[in-house]
Design a protein around this ligand. Structure first.
Ligand SMILES: Nc1ncnc2c1ncn2[C@@H]1O[C@H](COP(=O)(O)OP(=O)(O)OP(=O)(O)O)[C@@H](O)[C@H]1O
Length: 263
């Protein structure tokens, strides 16, 4: 079964430069088509501004497309927002939390929104955070006292509280130290193996895409320029590694994004 189906998806942003400035339009997605099968992990690779977050936000029902067809978990978008929202988990770098509240309080609040029983939700959240390597004593610390990496782990736990069959992960490991990165990657592999969770993730990290994803899509300037397994992409580009394949197939480099990533 196809968990995500996207056909000729388009999204343009328009903004005015100052009060009387000219209108500027930005074509964030320019006819993107792809699918993700049930139980598959698919990685979208692209430099800053290539449209990755826009695509994830449309699939997560946070943005409306301008054109094209989108189906998530068998429901059309727009149209099936309520059901899609109930059945997805989303993690992004801009995860909104009540920063003065503890991890526990934030997670219990989310559990309540999903209609989950608090004690069971707390047990589950603690189990996930333990697997992600967060010390149990941090569970009671206010979010504002936690590092970005710790907050990212809380965001992952929150996205999984309701056992979603589909996870949409926008740069899930950006900003994490190498050990935390490995813990998150191992956890995602286990989740797919144990629960058959379908995962769509965006990343700047070639090694991460290669480790986690059965198929990888190269996104550049709002277009899906190439897709396939890491080996297929390297073979097609006659490249030694995935970064070289990206440069050859898209005509774009990855330098700005790589320089931005602090590990
Ligand atoms: N709300 C918005 N208003 C105006 N332009 C936007 C908006 N959101 C995104 N854009 C523009 O759309 C394009 C794609 O942005 P998007 O955030 O999807 O890229 P990205 O691949 O996720 O980048 P990054 O790796 O930096 O997160 C960019 O040119 C961006 O400036």
């Amino acid at each position: 079964m196809r968990t995500i189906e996207v056909d000729d998806l388009k999204k343009t942003f328009s903004s005015r430069q100052g009060w009387f400035g000219a209108r500027k339009t930005e074509r964030a997605l320019d006819g993107v088509s792809f699918y993700v099968d049930e139980g598959e992990t698919y990685a979208l690779l692209g430099p800053n501004g290539s449209g990755k977050s826009t695509l994830i936000r449309i699939l997560a029902t946070l943005l409306l497309p301008d054109g094209g067809r989108v189906r998530v978990l068998g429901r059309p978008l727009p149209g099936g927002e309520a059901e899609v929202r109930r059945r997805i988990g989303r993690v992004s770098v801009d995860a909104a939390f009540y920063k003065k509240l503890s991890a526990r309080e934030n997670l219990l609040y989310a559990a309540q929104l999903y209609g989950l029983e608090p004690a069971a939700a707390e047990k589950k959240a603690r189990g996930i955070l333990e697997r992600l390597g967060l010390e149990p004593r941090r569970f009671h610390d206010p979010l504002e006292e936690m590092s970005r990496g710790m907050q990212q782990k809380i965001a992952i736990a929150r996205a999984l509280l309701h056992d979603p069959p589909l996870l949409l992960l926008d740069e899930p490991t950006t900003g994490l130290d190498p050990a935390s990165k490995r813990e998150v990657q191992r956890f995602l592999e286990e989740l797919r193996a144990e629960r058959g969770t379908t995962i769509l993730l965006t990343t700047h990290d070639m090694a991460e895409a290669e480790r986690l994803a059965a198929r990888i899509g190269f996104l550049a300037r709002g277009r899906l320029v190439a897709e396939g397994s890491a080996d297929e992409l390297k073979r097609r580009a006659d490249a030694a590694d995935l970064e070289e394949a990206f440069i050859r197939l898209t005509g774009e480099g990855f330098a700005p994004a790589a320089a931005e990533e602090v590990v």
